[in-house]
Design a binder for this molecule. Structure first.
Ligand code: PMP
Length: 453
């Protein structure tokens, strides 16, 4: 290791004494890339600094929330102002209303939003609501899509299509996942088969608007629209999970990009809407806020108006909402243009360097979300539009072993990436020329390390 991370190593040891694996969310432990995770002390714009004083250009961006970069001065000021007035009320406050108004104004099918604290709560509540509204119990999810860690969504595909899912984690009862049907992503036929195998039993299909939790896997052109039609035909509800894509891929999330003709395959994917949407990440600007939203009619089934229960001591927390509101208010066309430009540049730097070293790969990209899959797509049987993997089974068929050396060369070169090949890369509006130059300087050695793996 060329970079001194003595302090981080010390803290990682202390952490492992008092916290399982030393972390509060598993991927942070660097299990799939090895080594000591830098303990971060501060962040500013595109750069984070660890407890040893090492600086990294950050391409994790808090796993998505930091659309404006770290510690944007106006967001920090909004938090400071709100915090001085009180940290939590457990009573209605104006900033919650303003944040909901901001969400409703940007996503036409969302007439009302309920604010919660995590994406896990948002999707869990959306499915409870879908079940309450339809009076049905089963749900369909896609293999490789992540919707948080509630029991029914920690489900792994069974041995055949349209069969009931198995628990994807110890501690999840098989009875619970038996209500979940897992089908391959981008496979409408499998969705049809599931509806046919369980007529009148399926409450909802949940999908990531554009999947980014098995690496980035673009929806095939028109897939979301065809899925919405299919779901409606069977009297079920479509839950569009925009926790990751919402207000990041564009001002109206990935749904908005498709409506504007900027989805995979262009206008072919416009003209659809989901029944429920979930948001998180960007709507909290780095603080714990998430939401579910839909039509006034569907949302009226939630307590206190309706009989579907949901609650939270910290739901709509005023300080967290202040961070999200200021972030969304600042997220104008210029911000999205800056994020898109940074994504263009990083994709071209990394892809160019990998190509120069003869490392076969596919660029997986939708809008400003992107990632890379290692290997020769033709040989590995990838069937995605741009030659990359089209579902989770194809994502797993890649030369994943090239990622750890690539990752560590980037880290030692001063660039922080997600510590797994099965994650998206994230840029922010703060990724300016200086940040991009630092990335450009680190990439050639990383590409050589990937080639040598
Ligand atoms: N849905 C999606 C699409 C996500 O990407 C995530 C988190 N990565 C979640 C839900 C869960 O959100 P949280 O981690 O805030 O519970």
């Amino acid at each position: 290791m060329t970079v001194d991370r003595t302090e981080s190593a010390h803290w990682f040891e202390r952490a492992q004494t008092v916290t399982p694996g030393g972390v509060n969310s598993p991927v942070r432990a660097y299990g799939s890339v090895g080594g000591v995770p830098p303990f971060l002390a501060s962040g500013s714009g595109a750069v984070v600094t660890d407890v040893d004083g090492n600086e990294y250009v950050d391409l994790v961006c808090g796993w998505g929330p930091l659309l404006l970069g770290h510690a944007h001065p106006q967001v920090v000021e909004a938090v400071r102002e709100q915090a001085a007035k009180g940290l939590s009320f457990g009573a209605p406050s104006t900033v919650e209303v303003e944040l909901a108004e901001e969400i409703v104004s940007r996503i036409a099918p969302v007439e009302q939003a309920r604010l919660v604290s995590t994406g896990t709560e948002a999707t869990m509540t959306a499915l409870r609501l879908a079940r309450g509204v339809t009076g049905r119990d089963r749900i369909i999810k896609f293999a490789g899509c992540y919707h948080g860690h509630s029991d029914g969504l920690l489900a792994a595909a069974g041995s055949g299509l349209a069969t009931l899912a198995l628990p994807g984690s110890a501690g999840v009862p098989a009875d619970v996942t038996a209500q979940t049907i897992v089908v391959p992503y981008n496979d409408l036929e499998a969705v049809r088969a599931a509806f046919e195998a369980h007529p009148g039993e399926i409450a909802a299909v949940i999908t990531e608007a554009s999947p980014a939790n098995m690496g980035v896997v673009p929806p095939a052109p028109g897939f979301n629209r065809a899925l919405a039609d299919e779901v409606r035909r069977h009297g079920a509800l479509l839950v569009c999970d925009e926790v990751l894509t919402g207000f990041r891929t564009g001002p109206a999330g990935w749904w908005g990009e498709e409506q504007a003709g900027r989805g995979s395959g262009g206008v072919a994917s416009a003209g659809w809407q989901a029944d429920l949407y979930t948001f998180g990440k960007v709507i909290g600007g780095g603080m714990p806020v998430a939401a579910l939203g839909g039509s006034r009619e569907i949302m009226s089934h939630l307590a206190p108006q309706g009989s579907v229960y949901q609650a939270g001591t910290l739901s709509g927390n005023p300080v967290a909402c202040a961070a999200g509101l200021e972030t969304l208010r600042l997220a104008d066309a210029g911000v999205y243009a800056a994020v898109d430009r940074a994504a263009d540049e990083v994709v071209s730097l990394v892809s160019g360097a990998l190509q120069a070293e003869g490392v076969a790969h596919a660029v997986q990209r939708v809008g400003n979300l992107f990632g890379f899959a290692f290997g020769d797509g033709a040989a590995l049987g990838w069937t995605g539009e741009s030659g990359g993997p089209a579902d989770e089974s194809q994502v797993k068929r890649q030369e994943a072993y090239r990622y750890a050396p690539f990752f560590h060369a980037m880290l030692d070169g001063g660039v922080s990436l997600a510590p797994s090949v099965f994650e998206a890369w994230f840029c922010s509006a703060a990724h300016d020329d200086a940040a991009l130059e630092r990335i450009a300087a680190a990439v050639p050695a990383a590409a050589r390390a990937a080639a040598a793996a």
